[in-house]
Design a protein around this ligand. Structure first.
Ligand code: URP
Ligand code: ZN
Ligand code: ZN
Ligand code: ZN
Length: 464
């Protein structure tokens, strides 16, 4: 299939310029002015629109077994929803159960992902430690295209990594040329605060943020950064939600430490008043960790993106329906943690970022794709409009708008944390791996069309 995207303005992280974009097969083969349409080419008119790299969502959970249930979106519905919003690659997580063999878990997730409609790649969580984990991390890096490992510092009695695991896994990651990532929350503190709240009879969703205040996140962010500093590893902090964690990142970077931070679209625009709603289904629908914060934290997160101390935007897409959330109707600690957004991230960040004058279009591209591709070693295959890159392109209509609603979304779960928000700046077309998969509101996602993206280690593996 040959596609000519004609008459648009290409936005890359480094510059904005007028050019046509020619895709052949699954690659971009030319970016230049006045390209002729080859015979039989599909022509997309991008006049008055931007042409940008397809979005990379660095943090999703499709088909995730979690807190006694499984997310609503599988790899097909979740990636298809992403395509409708201009996201062409997701980075999901293999999360082995404690004591589960890593390679077995990896193949389990690869099996689930076979049905993906868009490209995907995996961070692998280190949820326990022994010699086999040390060995299997090496196998994953050398043979399975994994270059990032995830550590949950929260979720005590489940998938939480203790300090021994963090230290050993960070060190092993360094040996292998992989980057350690962390969910930064002090799981012991969360657990104790949860017990205190329950004992006081405070069992509703409004207790969720009380059990996970900013200091709980900041403690873990500082600890992960300190461990990374001592071991001389880089570290990537997922879903940074508060000013205190951002301060830890900013301070470390000012001292030359290679620390990266991810912001979620939800944390950028939604505040913690949602947990006070008398509609308990609505409040439970917003239960995720870290929780939504007060408005001052949103301001800080935008400043982090603007100042270059936060690098990526993601969603943590992890959808549960009302019936699943109801598992915690008498005990907020049993509400499955997670919210959606994969379909909405690009528009929400454009509208609240670019339209509000907080980000330039190039900065938008940086934080929605280029930085992710560079940090996780997919660049320049992903994250840039250039000859030789994958033909993952979003044609962006800066004047188009839509009102986000669970009633019209492609994602499952029947709930949307951005419900009712009107965003200006939407994809008019999404091209993924050289195929038009979304155009003028019509989704043409194909189950199974997505590919696993191998991510090489950052340097030749020297460890055994
Ligand atoms: O609440 C959340 N974020 N659920 C998904 C798992 C995680 O912590 O990322
Ligand atoms: Zn294998
Ligand atoms: Zn997390
Ligand atoms: Zn997550």
């Amino acid at each position: 299939m040959t596609i000519l995207i004609r008459g648009g303005t290409v936005v890359n992280a480094d510059r904005v310029f007028r050019a046509d974009v020619l895709c052949d097969g699954d690659k971009i083969i030319a970016v230049a002015e006045n390209l002729a349409a080859p015979a039989g080419a599909t022509v997309i008119d991008a006049g008055g629109q931007y042409v940008m790299p397809g979005g990379i969502d660095t943090h999703t959970h499709m088909n995730l077994p979690f807190m006694g249930t499984v997310t609503q979106d599988d790899f097909y519905t979740g990636t298809a929803a992403g395509l409708a919003g201009g996201t062409t690659t997701i980075m999901d997580f293999v999360i082995p159960a404690p004591q589960q063999n890593l390679i077995e878990a990896y193949h389990q997730w690869r099996g689930w992902a076979q049905k993906a409609a868009a490209d995907y790649t995996f961070h692998v969580a280190i949820t326990w430690w022994d010699d086999s984990v040390h060995r299997d991390m090496g196998t994953l890096v050398r043979e399975h295209g994994v270059n990032s490992f995830k550590h949950f510092m929260a979720y005590k009695n489940a998938i939480m990594a203790d300090d021994e695991t963090l230290v050993k896994s960070f060190r092993r990651s360094l040996e292998l040329g992989a980057i350690p990532t962390v969910h930064a929350e002090n799981g012991e503190l969360v657990y104790q605060l949860q017990q205190d709240l329950l004992k006081q009879g405070l069992t509703g969703p409004s207790s969720h943020p009380l059990s996970r205040p900013p200091a709980v996140e900041a403690e873990a962010a500082n600890r992960a950064i300190a461990i990374a500093n001592v071991l001389n590893t880089p570290v990537y902090i997922v879903h940074v939600s508060c000013a205190e964690s951002l301060e830890a990142i900013t301070r470390a970077r000012a001292h030359g430490q290679r620390v990266y931070g991810e912001a979620l679209a939800g944390h950028l625009v939604i505040d913690d008043s949602v947990y006070q709603s008398p509609d308990l289904e609505f409040a439970a629908g917003h239960v995720m960790s870290p929780p939504f914060r007060s408005k001052q934290h949103q301001t800080a997160l935008w400043q982090g993106l603007q100042g270059g101390n936060l690098h990526t935007t993601a969603t943590d897409h992890c959808t549960f329906c009302a019936a699943q959330k109801a598992a915690g109707k008498d005990d907020f600690t049993k509400i499955p943690n997670g919210c959606g957004g994969v379909e909405d991230r690009m528009s929400v960040v454009w509208d609240a970022g670019v339209n509000a004058g907080l980000l330039t279009p190039s900065e938008f591209v940086k934080v929605t794709s280029t930085n992710a591709a560079q940090i996780f070693n997919m660049y320049p295959r992903k994250g840039v409009i250039a000859a030789g890159a994958d033909a993952d392109v979003v044609v962006w209509d800066p004047e188009g708008s839509r009102t986000i609603s669970a009633r019209t979304q492609h994602a499952r779960g029947g709930f949307n944390v951005f419900e009712g928000r009107t965003v200006r700046g939407i994809p008019s077309a999404t091209v993924a791996a050289g195929k038009v998969v979304f155009q003028n509101g019509t989704l043409m996602a194909v189950e199974g069309a997505g590919r696993h993206i191998d991510r090489p280690a950052f340097k030749a593996a020297s460890a055994r």
